[in-house]
Design a protein around this ligand. Structure first.
Ligand SMILES: Cc1cc2nc3c(=O)[nH]c(=O)nc-3n(C[C@H](O)[C@H](O)[C@H](O)COP(=O)(O)O)c2cc1C
Length: 245
């Protein structure tokens, strides 16, 4: 392999951090690495909000469904899909921006994902670790208010970062034939492949929890997707000016 692929393949989320601070110069370097990601039509539709205030961090941890690392991580970033600066750009040319398109929701959200993943990999390359926090969407309205987000901006996810104080085992991924298809979509044999993968995931959880969690991947997914999934999202996004047409 090569060192970049080795780094990518050794990713695991980190949720416990040492007290060592992350210097602000390094934070800025990581954000620049995030900015270097590909961006749809050069829109650069991601804004990052660094949250250091202790009270705000406590609130964000609660909004995320009581995830203590949101409060405790040395660094917490919120990645926001942002069409506001594009309105400014249109304004600078006397044009009125046509907003509300689903396409714009997709491009800005994808931009955030690429930006954040670049940033995460850059962080891991210098010995930091972290975890994405989609949990902030549990109480997305409160998060948007706390961060004073204007219309046409929404928080996609947060990210905890810091120097790791744990070394979790790698979480096994789906077998390659389930995710890599040739020429056309063909899921024949995937049921059996997933059943086999379930054994690996069960073993992973048993190891990670010292025998307490005995759950297969398909079981976890069927439990999760058998419930509602943040049904407040559509109305929230529409109030923010997204997904209107
Ligand atoms: C968009 C996104 C949101 C996530 N939200 C959370 C979260 O709120 N809390 C958490 O502990 N992990 C969260 N994760 C981490 C995933 O659970 C984790 O990446 C996945 O289980 C695979 O594990 P690994 O990253 O250790 O390989 C999130 C990951 C992504 C990509």
């Amino acid at each position: 392999m090569n060192p970049v692929i080795d780094l990518l393949n050794s990713h695991r989320s980190i949720r416990r951090f040492s007290a060592r601070e992350v210097p602000q110069a390094l934070v800025e370097e990581l954000v620049v690495a995030g900015q270097s990601a590909s961006t749809s039509s050069f829109i650069q539709g991601c804004t990052v909000i660094q949250v250091g205030d202790a009270e705000h961090r406590k609130l964000l941890a609660a909004y995320a469904g009581d995830q203590p690392y949101v409060e405790k991580a040395p660094l917490f970033l919120v990645f926001c899909a942002d069409m506001q600066r594009h309105r400014l750009a249109c304004d600078m040319h006397g044009a009125e921006m046509k907003s509300g398109y689903t396409e714009q929701f997709i491009t800005t959200t994808v931009d955030c994902a690429l930006f954040a993943q670049n940033l995460m990999i850059a962080a891991e390359s210098v010995g930091l670790g972290g975890v994405f926090i989609g949990g902030i969407r549990n109480r997305i309205k409160e998060v948007a208010e706390l961060l004073r987000l204007p219309e046409l901006v929404y928080p996609v996810f947060g990210m905890c970062l810091g120097y790791p104080d744990q070394a979790p085992v790698l979480r096994p991924r789906l077998p390659l034939p389930v995710v890599l298809k040739q020429e056309r979509y063909d899921d024949e044999g995937d049921r059996e492949r997933i059943a086999e993968y379930d054994h690996a995931v069960r073993e992973y959880y048993m190891t990670r929890t010292g025998g307490k969690k005995d759950t297969a991947w398909s079981e976890q997914i069927s439990g999760m997707l058998g419930r509602e999934s943040r049904p407040h999202m559509l109305a929230f996004l529409q109030r923010r000016g997204f997904l209107l047409k």
